[in-house]
Design a protein around this ligand. Structure first.
Ligand code: CS2
Length: 465
């Protein structure tokens, strides 16, 4: 038997389940991007608000391209179990906030209608870095246009992707989709809608067979949509809402509402995500499958520790970075999270721009060392060979895979040409970094070490220097 509304009552009593009515009310939130992250992060915050008796936080979840996931969730009435596990213990929970589901690619009109439904108060997004396309701007604009035409109040549209200034980026995208005759719509949007920036944080790997098996054991039911995450979660959102009273509500659920999201965003993107990308590429090239297997190696742990302390922290406006670093290293080592390095290496070309160049440029400005980032960049170049140090081939899952592999292909015979051409890409490094000859020289140096002696020896060399 599957987990679904009918079988919910049969779950063991120590599993936290929704007790509120999931059928009587229309969803108040439309969420675009129904991946693992949203279901184990925001959906659990909304579940908490629903459990307080506030019926406005049910979710209409939109899978952007994945009918398989939406079908699975529909078969389970939007229910799925989440294992929350770390050094402090293991518990299972079934959040109940996901009420309806559609797929954007095949049910676009339903998505537009959902955004323009009278009960809708929020649209949230986790569509990943590469999802910020003109088509997304058009989809949102169409939903907002229908709301305005129907005389409905404005809404809060919250981007929750790992992009600096994500709310500003999203608003620009929506405005770019507007045509000359949309003046009135844009005035309505400015007056009635809000596009707050936000930083979200929780490590939620894609589910593995091991998690699904643990779920069926814990639940006594089959659950094809179960997930595993850590106890830690954070959601920091700019105090800018269509309905200002949402600020206090979100705060009551543990969300931090502030005017200064920027300092949280930059610390998270460069410390957590920046280290993640460095470890993911190292893991992919050395054949270590998970982040936990990387951070368990003393030389990689020391590398990450120094990367954050010496090259990232000096350029952050958040002053409590040392505690943040300690907490991150513990989180990376969480043995329950089988966080695949290849999952994190996915879309590296879209992730690197937010994660590395700001710290490197900060160091260059101060005449300080960029060695750790240079080594990470060298490992990225090595990664484009698509074969690990044991001779095992892997796929580059990246919208730029073809061009990256073409530029990196001859690196064993023409290493300098390959490093130069990959470091010249402004889509990865921005316009300033490719101009710095010393940076290119250091990446070339570390790339040579990586090719000749392997990633582990290069990391050892750096931390012993
Ligand atoms: C990861 C993030 O896959 C990735 O790129 O770095 O998904 C990371 O786990 C989350 O941002 C943590 O909040």
């Amino acid at each position: 038997m599957h987990l679904c509304a009918l079988t919910l009552a049969s779950l063991p009593t120590d599993i936290h389940t929704p007790t509120y009515d999931r059928r009587r009310y229309a969803p108040g939130v439309v969420h675009l991007g129904l991946g693992a992250f949203h279901r184990a992060h925001q959906a659990m915050v909304f579940d908490h608000l629903l459990a307080t008796g506030d019926t406005r936080w049910g979710i209409y979840g939109i899978g952007m391209t994945r009918p398989d996931l939406v079908n699975q969730l529909r078969a389970q009435d939007g229910l799925y179990a989440v294992r929350v596990a770390d050094g402090t213990g293991v518990k299972w929970q079934v959040p109940g906030a996901l009420w309806r589901m559609s797929v954007a690619t095949t049910e676009r009109e339903a998505v537009v209608q959902a955004m323009a439904a009278p009960a809708t108060r929020w649209v949230t997004l986790t569509v990943t870095e590469k999802g910020y396309t003109p088509a997304l701007g058009q989809l949102l604009l169409d939903g907002l246009r229908l709301r305005q035409q129907n005389g409905l109040p404005g809404i809060t549209v919250a981007s929750c992707d790992n992009l600096q200034g994500n709310g500003h980026k999203l608003l620009a995208l929506v405005k770019a989709a507007a045509a000359a005759q949309d003046g009135e719509l844009l005035r309505w949007m400015d007056a009635q809608c809000a596009f707050p920036c936000s930083m979200v944080d929780r490590i939620v790997p894609a589910a593995t067979a091991e998690v699904l098996a643990a779920a069926s054991q814990a639940l006594g039911l089959r659950d094809d949509a179960s997930l595993s995450t850590e106890g830690f979660w954070e959601w920091v959102i700019e105090d800018r809402f269509a309905d200002p009273s949402d600020a206090a509500l979100l705060q009551s659920a543990g969300v931090r509402v502030t005017r200064d999201v920027h300092s949280y965003e930059e610390a998270k993107l460069r410390m957590l995500n920046g280290s993640h990308t460095a470890m993911a590429l190292m893991g992919a090239v050395t054949g270590r499958p998970f982040i936990a297997s990387c951070i368990a190696e003393p030389h990689i742990r020391e590398f990450v520790f120094r990367l954050m302390g010496q090259e990232v922290a000096p350029h952050l406006s958040r002053s409590d970075w040392a505690d943040y670093r300690t907490a991150l290293i513990a989180r990376f080592g969480n043995p329950y999270l089988k966080h695949s390095v290849h999952q994190i290496a996915t879309d590296s070309s879209q992730k690197i721009p937010q994660r590395w160049p700001p710290s490197v440029l900060g160091q260059i400005d101060q005449g300080a060392s960029t060695e750790h980032h240079a080594l990470a960049a060298a490992v990225f170049v090595r990664y484009t060979l698509a074969i690990d140090e044991q001779g095992q081939a892997y796929a580059l899952n990246d919208p730029q895979a073809e061009s990256l592999m073409a530029q990196g292909a001859a690196q064993r015979t023409e290493p300098e040409t390959c490093v130069r051409s990959l470091l010249a890409r402004e889509d990865l490094w921005g316009s300033a970094l490719p101009q710095h000859a010393s940076w290119i020289e250091r990446v070339t140096h570390w790339h040579q070490q990586v090719l000749q002696h392997g990633v582990d020896a290069a990391v050892q060399q750096l931390i012993e220097a």
